[in-house]
Design a protein. Structure first.
Length: 154
């Protein structure tokens, strides 16, 4: 059995590499492999010209570096939503919201419904149904204080 050699790279080799890199991009977090895939797909078009294997590999390396750098600049310019910025912040994203107590705060402890869940709250004693403002978050406990506003934010 003869092993394949790298004496010739056809355009479909590059397109296959590009497709594989796109599949990897879908399966991994972040945006990185798409730029390498783009470089491979462009290299597949250039492989239609009579280029030697060393030149093809060198051009792919140059295109890969260039596409990663340009891609990072492009992604950095995209607007980010407030929701995306809050994803990694955990309970700290709730600071400033007003919520209604579902259980009275007694001896500094109670519960409040926030979104579709219930959170332990700490703060001054207050009856169930009163509106409080979240002023801090410590792990899964929220520190609250009485709120002057009547309605809770959702």
């Amino acid at each position: 059995m003869d092993w394949p050699s790298f004496s010739h790279l056809a355009p479909w080799h590059w397109w296959l590499l590009g497709a594989a890199l796109l599949i990897i991009e879908v399966l991994t977090p972040g945006i990185f492999f798409v730029w390498l895939a783009l470089a491979a797909l462009v290299m597949g078009l250039l492989a239609l010209l009579p280029l030697g294997v060393p030149l093809q590999v060198l051009l792919y390396a140059v295109f890969s570096v260039a596409s990663v750098l340009l891609g990072r600049r492009f992604v950095a310019r995209l607007p980010r939503s407030a929701e995306a910025d809050a994803l990694g912040r955990g309970a700290a994203r709730l600071v400033g919201r007003r919520v209604v107590l579902s259980e009275a705060v007694r001896d500094g402890r109670g519960r409040a419904r926030v979104g579709d869940g219930y959170w332990v709250v700490r703060g001054p004693d207050a009856p169930a149904g009163s509106t409080v403002r979240i002023v801090a978050a410590d792990g899964t406990a929220l520190t609250v204080e009485p709120s002057e506003a009547g309605g809770a934010e959702r």
